[in-house]
Design a protein around this ligand. Structure first.
Ligand code: NAP
Ligand code: MG
Length: 403
């Protein structure tokens, strides 16, 4: 078979620890034999971030803006212990945070479903994608503990000096107080990213807030979404046969549980934090969760939702056998290759991405899987737990049959 050719480079962001090891094996076993990869390579591994004073992270995000599509390996976010371990000159910021700030993106997380690993919620038949607004609200709050009686006020001083003042509460004793904000610009970006992604994957979009209680703050989110939808997306959604649906957050939670899945659920920052953990746990495993960052300009960065799997890496370094699940990382690659194929009109590349995904799913459904899944397995065939490389080789055998 002749290798599939690419026309535009894909931005590759390499990473750390066990996922870096898997990354290399995935390229060698599942990609390079079949695709003539055109890559612009950035090494986001911690040693290289240290060496370049983290410039490599910024450069990789800029490259994503230039070419439109990136695929990222999990990376270490340094803490005090990592500063020591890697002899860092600084506690470099989370690469994901840096990239997200440059692309101004929204993160969409979706589970990979296989027969034999069933969601805890038994009526969920299709994936539920969570879109979390990763800016502002309680994550950028100012808090205060009044120690005794007094008046709490909300004061806004406009640039021209005009003051607006509103009483929050007259305290008769000690208590707690909190201020939070968001911006129309950020909510607008979030809304565009959600509507665009819904069109992209042709699924309904749900959005929910508590606007009955928060008549200004949450209502602003609701209004911005509605205005943008009416102006820019109504016709496109009709054409794609999908819907935008707004409801109250409590109603949304009840409907999500009763649903069969197959939609995108857009959440405010806090709701997205809490609900994405609930949804991903209910679907089975973090190792089966993919993630894509979508910018309002339509740039895409694909990755796995899990980290660098440090515990497995230390076993690997000691020469012990590891059975780390590469599914989410493979799906990051297929997501990126499919999108590259779509943007550059290379149907063979899109087709390859689809076949590789099917080969992965069929491998698991035939009973061959990594240890983490074997523990959750309820399939008919008995589970055969294999190591990471054996798993990739089983996928390759299935893939070769399809090509
Ligand atoms: P983690 O790497 O996601 O791993 C936590 C545990 O989850 C593992 O020890 C393993 O459990 C299980 N697990 C996760 N992915 C798995 C996979 N693919 N296959 C099998 N088991 C898997 O989270 P962490 O240990 O909290 O963080 C490790 C490093 O990753 C940290 O330095 C953190 O900064 C970084 N991180 C990066 C990202 C990112 O780049 N997006 C996200 C999160 C964390 P068992 O040990 O029980 O087998
Ligand atoms: Mg959380």
């Amino acid at each position: 078979m002749e290798k599939i050719k690419m026309t535009t480079p894909l931005v590759e962001m390499d990473g750390d620890e066990m996922t870096r090891i898997l990354w290399g094996s995935i390229k060698k076993e599942l990609l390079e034999p079949f695709v003539e990869l055109r890559i612009e390579y950035y090494d986001l591994g911690l040693p290289q971030r240290e060496q370049t004073k983290d410039q490599v992270t910024v450069d990789s995000a800029e490259a994503t803006k230039k070419y439109g599509v990136a695929v990222k390996c999990a990376t270490i976010t340094p803490n005090a212990q990592r500063v020591e371990e890697y002899k860092l000159s600084q506690m470099w910021k989370s690469p994901n945070g840096t990239i997200r700030a440059i692309l101004d993106g929204t993160v969409f997380r979706a589970p990979i479903m296989v027969k034999g690993v069933s969601p805890v919620v038994k009526n969920w038949k299709k994936p539920i994608t969570i879109a979390r607004h990763a800016y502002g609200d309680v994550y950028k709050n100012s808090e205060f503990q009044p120690k005794g009686p007094g008046r709490a006020e909300l004061v806004f001083t406009a640039d021209d000096g005009t003051e607006t003042r509103q009483t929050i509460f007259d305290f008769t004793g000690s208590g707690v107080l909190q201020g939070q904000y968001n911006t129309d610009a950020s909510i607008t970006s979030f809304a565009h990213a959600c509507f665009q992604y819904a069109l992209d994957i042709k699924q309904d979009l749900w959005f929910a807030t508590k606007d009955t209680i928060s008549k200004q703050y949450d209502h602003r989110f609701k209004d911005i979404f509605q205005e943008i939808f009416d102006r820019d997306y109504q016709e496109k959604f009709k054409g794609a046969g999908i819907e935008y649906f707004y409801t109250l957050i409590d109603d949304a939670v009840a409907r999500v549980i009763r649903s069969e899945g197959g939609f995108i659920w857009a959440c405010k920052n806090y709701d997205g934090d809490v609900m994405s953990d609930m949804v991903s746990t209910a679907f089975g495993s973090l190792a089966m969760m993919t993630s894509v960052l979508v910018s309002p300009e339509g740039n895409y960065e694909y990755e796995a939702a899990h980290g660098t799997v440090t515990r497995h890496y230390y076993k690997y370094l000691k020469g012990e056998e590891t059975s780390t699940n590469p599914m989410a990382t493979i799906f990051a690659w297929t997501g990126a290759l499919r999108k590259r194929g779509e943007l550059d009109s290379i149907p063979a590349l899109e087709d390859f991405a689809g076949k590789l995904e099917s080969a992965c799913i069929e491998t698991i459904e035939s009973g061959v899987m990594t240890k983490d899944l074997a523990g959750l397995w309820e399939g008919a065939a008995p589970a055969k737990a294999v190591n990471s490389l054996e798993f990739l080789q089983a996928i390759r055998a299935n893939l070769e049959k399809k090509l």
